[in-house]
Design a protein around this ligand. Structure first.
Ligand SMILES: Cc1ncc(COP(=O)(O)O)c(C=O)c1O
Length: 404
């Protein structure tokens, strides 16, 4: 290297590059560049020319092909064009954005709703704006990247605690200096293992210590709780939660994010939250599909019951086959099958794909405790027959790869 030559800024990725090259050199198909050639329904797509059952999407309630949702999107395209070309605070608020926020307020029975362009931006924006320098954020160590990034962006003191450990959380809260601003950040469902948080106890502890509480219900909206409002509803503490964050990219079946709240000053967020102000708003077709989907999810109790049935059947079937799962009982629509290592995880992923089944291969740093997981996420549109077919595929692939 000459004196004037700078350091290669890509050198920090060398380890990731080596792991990836090592994996591909084993001859396995790249698990992170699969193409969905055609999507036939919420549960089926053509991948590598093969009809494939989808068991690795976040389409929990199967809304992506709902005829009313699609019709609303087409109508909005015709009536309002393809995009807003502007921020929500300038020319980017259409009646569709307001209608979408009204649907959210009704869905959650809350006073305020703010729609962001993604769930990532909702966490980034809300967390960084309400907890700044000198404030404290107490959060579960397994929190989603968007939560960590929101903490970093706001420059607050970040105090993580062991996953789902109520005592550890309280210990951290006790140590915060008196008078400091405190925000506790939790998730309803943790998406890697599919386990839920003990929100009833945690929210009570947070309140006892005078902290505000934000719960990310990305993976529970539409499915968990009597009205599909999430784990906080299911555990009877939704009224004590100050901010619920959610996304349209899972049960709602499109893209976008939101925060709902009863805080009397919440509307000021629209002027002070940078990831809301300094980005273009969602296209009219997207907010129209989201609003229609959210309103239909209010009447989704039959779908919710069928999805629970699917989750129970698959959990029992995989356990009976000898697979090790992330939770002892089914706690959500996500079932994580724990793989012994990345190599066998990738081989199993490929064997399942050849059987005609798509699942998510997840590995560190996204996963806790360095685990390699095959994450299965169920859909309310999976039929009982499809679940049986899936179990047969897991049995054959598991035996071929030597995992069971
Ligand atoms: C817990 C959690 N929060 C937020 C997000 C971000 O959602 P979006 O896809 O809308 O950006 C995700 C997405 O995977 C998530 O799992």
């Amino acid at each position: 290297m000459s004196d004037t030559e700078g350091k290669d800024l890509f050198s920090k990725f060398d380890e990731v590059i080596a792991v990836r090259e090592g994996l591909l050199a084993s001859g396995v198909e790249d698990p992170f560049s699969l193409v969905m050639e055609r999507v036939l329904s919420p549960t089926r797509a053509i991948c590598n020319g093969r009809d494939t059952i989808l068991l690795g999407t976040y389409n929990y309630m199967g809304m992506t092909f709902d005829p009313d949702v699609i019709a609303a999107g087409k109508q909005a395209l015709d009536d309002f064009g393809s995009g807003t070309t502007g921020s929500r605070v300038l020319n980017g608020t259409y009646q569709g954005h307001k209608a979408c926020e009204d649907a959210l307020k009704e869905f959650y029975a809350m006073d305020h709703a703010m729609v962001f362009s993604t769930g990532y931006q909702a966490n980034l924006g809300i967390i960084s704006t309400i907890a700044g320098k000198g404030d404290y954020i107490v959060l579960d160590i397994d929190s989603h990247a968007s939560i960590w990034d929101g903490c970093a962006m706001g420059n607050a003191e970040v105090v993580p605690f062991k996953h789902n450990d109520i005592e550890a959380m309280e210990k951290r809260l006790r140590r915060i200096p008196e008078g400091a601003g405190k925000l506790v950040v939790l998730e309803g469902v943790y998406s890697m293992l599919g386990d839920i948080a003990p929100l009833k106890e945690m929210v009570a502890v947070a309140k006892k210590h005078g902290a505000m509480v934000l719960v990310d219900e990305a993976h529970s909206m539409g499915f968990i709780g009597e009205h599909g409002r999430g784990v906080a509803e299911d555990q009877g503490v939704i009224d004590d939660v100050d901010f619920i964050i959610g996304t349209f990219s899972k049960s709602v079946g499109t893209v976008g994010g939101f925060c709902v709240s009863n805080h009397p000053k919440f509307e000021i967020m629209r002027l002070v939250c940078r990831p809301y102000v300094f980005t273009a708003s969602l296209p009219p077709s997207v907010v129209a599909t989201a609003a229609t989907s959210i309103r239909k999810l209010m009447h989704g109790s039959e779908k919710r019951a069928h999805l629970w049935e699917n989750s129970r059947t698959l959990h029992k079937g995989l356990t009976d086959l000898g697979f090790k799962l992330g939770t002892e009982k089914p706690e959500s629509a996500i079932l994580a099958v724990i793989m012994p290592d990345l190599e066998r995880g990738a081989a199993m992923w490929e064997a399942l794909l050849k059987e005609g089944l798509y699942v998510n291969l997840a590995r560190p740093p996204a996963t806790p405790a360095n685990m390699t997981l095959l994450r299965c996420s169920l859909c309310a549109e999976h039929s009982a027959d499809q679940v049986e077919t899936i179990l047969g595929m897991f049995e054959r692939a598991g035996k071929a790869v030597g995992i069971i």
